[in-house]
Write a protein that binds this ligand. Sequence first.
Ligand SMILES: [Fe+2]
Length: 456
Amino acid sequence: MSTTEVLERTAAADASNPYLQGNFAPVAVETTAFDLPVKGQIPAELAGRYLRIGPNPAGPVDPKTYHWFTGAGMVHGLRLRGGKAEWYRNRFVVNDRVAPVLGRPGLPGPRNGFGDNANTNVVDMGGRTFAIVEAGSLPVELTYGLESVARSDLGGTLQHGFTAHPKLDSVTGELHAVTYQPGLQAISYVVVGRDGRARTVADIPAPHCPMIHDTAFTARFAIILDLPVHFDMALIASGGFPFSWDEQMTPRIGLLPRSGDLSGLRWIEAPSCYVFHVMNAYDDGDAVVVDVVRHPKMFAREMRGPSEGRPILVRWRIDLVSGALSETVLFDRGLEFPRFNDARAGQSYRFGYTASAGDHTQDFGAVFKHDVVGGATQIHDHGPGRHTLEPVFVARDGATAEDDGWIMAYVYDEARQASDVVILDAQDFEGPPVAVVELPVRVPYGFHGNWIADPA
Ligand SMILES: [Fe+2]
């Protein structure tokens, strides 16, 4: 079978697995397009790339066992400069499965013992661009034009695997990460400096190997989510996704002093749930506030993707005196992919942004702006047959108001069978878009991304 034939088979939607259908279906071709059509006006001060990554298998997969989280990474990027959409590119993130399908050499760089698939986020670390993932696989460095360069252990400083969600502390310029890797029996708190080099601050014993997708930090603590989805070697032997719900475990949140002093680590019992994403967290006197998207369960019966009840936005307030956690619902419609103004990370904040996800984390559509202080939620509906996922907030240069900036998102248009990049004015959230950039191809539903401004 030729490479073209393999890729054509890849593109064929499979009716038996929802994560291979519709706009979940992978795209087969790497596209490069220049001078894209724009409706409206791209803000002239935006110079950089809006990157997004997601799973995109590069060859046949078994629809019976295919899990959305396991597809090879494909990164998408839109370059903006001088009010123009200069280019769009999508590229596979090369790994051992992708290379032979594409007829390319394998990727150089160190290995870390548990996979090599980086498909969940694309970030800047130390001025370089990386595709990243949790559970062991190392970051993959990408060129400005999104070609895979090499696996990276950040110059030998990353002891184990990494995470898909390093969180930027705008006060220090450091990235805070909570990592884990099956087989290590530990959760690591890792900090990456401005220079892109990592240091392991603490290793927390965790023989049950919880799936920890995200973290947050406050001025005092790193937040450790130890919730009942665990690695299960037996599932690997059966060819399936290796994490499942553990009914026996008591869910808990760890408050680890940022010094990494394990003697100060405090565990707080949490509601029975699973959390992929924290919006933000902060200290509030004798309390810690943690805003999360709470799923009622995860991977208890659906082993192909997250789809076990409505994920909603809640606030957990942890009383440090009593050790009690209380929950307030901030918004009870199904949603996911929370973002906010990253400059507020670890501090009190007012505005968050999420994507509508329906009751089963698959029914994407509108985007929400939450006033977590005032309580109101605004909705931007992209129109019939138009669906978006993660809304990325980009602050305006010199902004003082928390929501002075733009919301960027990849929006799939059913009618066009292609995607747009839509730019909203975050302060006129329900108003018409500032700009809509028409891409020539579909961007499949995927995970995370960021605006990476060009160096000044
Ligand atoms: Fe995520």
